[in-house]
Design a binder for this molecule. Sequence first.
Ligand SMILES: [Zn+2]
Ligand SMILES: [Zn+2]
Length: 92
Amino acid sequence: MIFEKEHFEVLMTKCLISFNLDQDACTSETHDCPQCFKSYNYRRNLLRHQKYECGVAAKETCDYCSYVTRYKHSLKSHLQSQHYEKLAKVIE
Ligand SMILES: [Zn+2]
Ligand SMILES: [Zn+2]
C-alpha cells in the first residue's frame, strides 16, 4: 500500500498547488462512473463500484411488489416498511 500512500500525497500536493491557480484541477482528479455518474476520488474505488455495485444486477426481489434491490438488508427494510401486515401474517 506504499504506492497508494504516495499517490495520495501526490494528489494532495497537486490540489494544494492548483488551489491557488485553478480550483477545477482538483475535481478533474475524480473518476466518474459512466453508468450512474457517481464520482470517486480514486480509480480503484470506481472499479470496485463498477464491479460490486453498478455492474451487478439487482437480485433481491420483493414477493409482494416490483421492488428490486442488490442488498438483502434493503429488501428486509423494504418488507418491514412496505409490507408489514403481510409480513406479520407470514411470521404467524
Ligand atoms: Zn455506477
Ligand atoms: Zn414490496
